[in-house]
Design a protein around this ligand. Structure first.
Ligand code: C2E
Ligand code: CA
Ligand code: CA
Length: 426
């Protein structure tokens, strides 16, 4: 094979002269299997900011660093231990051991060695360690587990290594289970919009609502979004689940309009993952047309990060949706990267003050902050809604300071749509 037709992986392996990933998996499995009287572990190491070495120093410096690391790791390579260069900045080792502390010491020794490499900034290697649960565990599975442990600390300068443990395993299992089940859940109508009423705190009158997704699981019961949305955001399925929730909301408002019943604006949540969905905007406009629901009856809630850069695609789409007639609401205000100046050219109609701002409103410092934020928002002509009102004290404080609309357990928890209807009709 000439150097020209080597795969990128082979080229890198050429640089360091270590085992390829494929050979490492193959030989590793064999060593673990044929030495049942030994305990083995696999270490996977990745450097969070390796690219900056290539970019800020030079490609050559990057290669030097990889060779420097490889030369150190090679010292451990013997009959029962293997060293591999998976790709770019990812290395792996198979190592026999008797005491877990040896593995921690090894990880620290690798860190110290890398630290000594001459660079104008600090690089951040992370090491994940998986101990072979049994002699018949394939090395590639162990690599997956070690990688998971590694990812749990990647880029955190205070954590140098992490062992894969049972809780990570259970988490992985649960994630896989949710991924497998949610598609059937969508088909079987287990995904349902609940609505949390928004009230005028002075009168407790219902002035709106927020649709919040629930998974009505046949055996596990009602599952809250906190448990499945982060997983769905990783695999993109959130786009489908959001669409299910939105459709239910449009269909419900449409039914009420046709029946001549009272309607109030309902908020729907827009995951930031829709930035990657080219038909996102059209889907919302189509829902509004198909169900003959005026866009003014639907409020689009996005977290503040979606509004960070006014050059982003998402920002442009949101402005177009607002021009079409939807209201925009900035969710979780104050929890992300928002700055005061950022608000000045915002297309949003409403700002939702995060629960964090009122949690300790007995504190005078918290009061000063809240007062200034709300008075600024008022001067900017933003509607204000406060989230997470739980106590009469919070309510009284807010009303005294001319904030009237809220959502919170003091009034109502999120509820099935049928229950919300009753409330609205009563
Ligand atoms: P969020 O959009 O900030 O929604 C408000 C959350 O605060 C809801 O939790 C609600 O039940 C909770 N909450 C309301 N009042 C109180 C209170 O007084 N005290 C306390 N402790 N909590 C209160 P939930 O329903 O578990 O939703 C959590 C998050 O999941 C939502 O936060 C939102 O980010 C996301 N989410 C929910 N439904 C959807 C959806 O259909 N699509 C997307 N993309 N995300 C959703
Ligand atoms: Ca929300
Ligand atoms: Ca919120």
């Amino acid at each position: 094979m000439s150097p020209h037709n080597l795969t990128p992986e082979n080229k890198l392996t050429r640089i360091t002269g270590l085992l390829s990933r494929h050979d490492f998996h193959h030989m590793g499995t064999e060593i673990i299997r044929s030495n049942p009287d030994h305990q083995f572990a696999i270490l996977v190491m990745d450097i969070a900011n390796f690219k900056s070495v290539n970019v800020l120093c030079s490609r050559q410096k990057g290669d030097e660093l990889l060779i420097y690391i490889a030369d150190f790791l090679r010292n451990y390579w013997n009959g029962l231990a293997l060293v591999s260069h998976f790709r770019a900045d990812t290395f792996a080792m198979l190592i026999p051991f008797t005491d877990k502390q040896e593995l921690a010491d090894l990880a620290l020794a690798i860190h110290d060695h890398i630290d000594a490499f001459d660079l104008p900034f600090k690089i951040l290697p992370s090491i994940g360690i998986c101990i072979a649960p049994s002699p018949d565990t394939p090395a590639n599975n162990m690599c997956d587990y070690a990688t998971m442990a590694m990812k749990s600390i990647k880029g955190k300068f205070y954590a140098k290594y992490a062992f894969f443990d049972e809780s990570m395993f259970n988490q992985l299992l649960e994630e896989k289970q949710i991924e497998n089940e949610i598609i059937n859940g969508i088909k079987a109508n287990q995904i349902q919009a609940y609505i949390q009423p928004k009230v005028d705190m002075r009168t407790r009158e219902i002035v709106g609502g927020e649709a919040l997704v629930r998974w009505l699981h046949p055996t596990a019961g009602v599952i809250s979004p906190g448990r499945f949305i982060p997983i769905l955001e990783k695999n993109g399925l959130i786009i489908e689940v959001d669409f299910v929730v939105w459709t239910q909301v449009f269909s419900w408002i449409s039914d009420r309009l046709k029946a001549g019943k009272r309607v109030v604006p309902i908020s729907i949540n827009i995951s930031r993952m829709h930035a990657y969905d080219p038909v996102f905007k059209d889907r919302l406009i189509r829902l509004s047309r198909e169900y003959e629901v005026p866009p003014s009856l639907v409020i689009l809630e996005l977290t503040e990060s979606a509004f960070l850069s006014n050059t982003s695609i998402m920002y442009k789409r949101m402005v177009e949706l607002r021009d079409y007639g939807f209201s925009l609401s900035m969710d979780d205000f104050g929890t992300g990267y928002s700055t005061m100046t950022m608000l000045k050219d915002q297309p949003v109609n409403e700002v939702k003050i995060d629960k964090g701002f009122i949690d300790n409103i007995e504190d005078t410092h918290a009061q000063v902050i809240l007062n200034n934020i709300t008075s600024m928002l008022k001067q900017l002509n933003k509607k204000i809604i406060v989230e997470g009102v739980e106590t009469p004290f919070q309510q009284d404080f807010l009303v005294e300071h001319d904030c009237y609309n809220a959502q919170g357990f003091l009034y109502h928890k999120p509820m099935p749509v049928a229950e919300y209807e009753k409330l609205l009709d009563s």
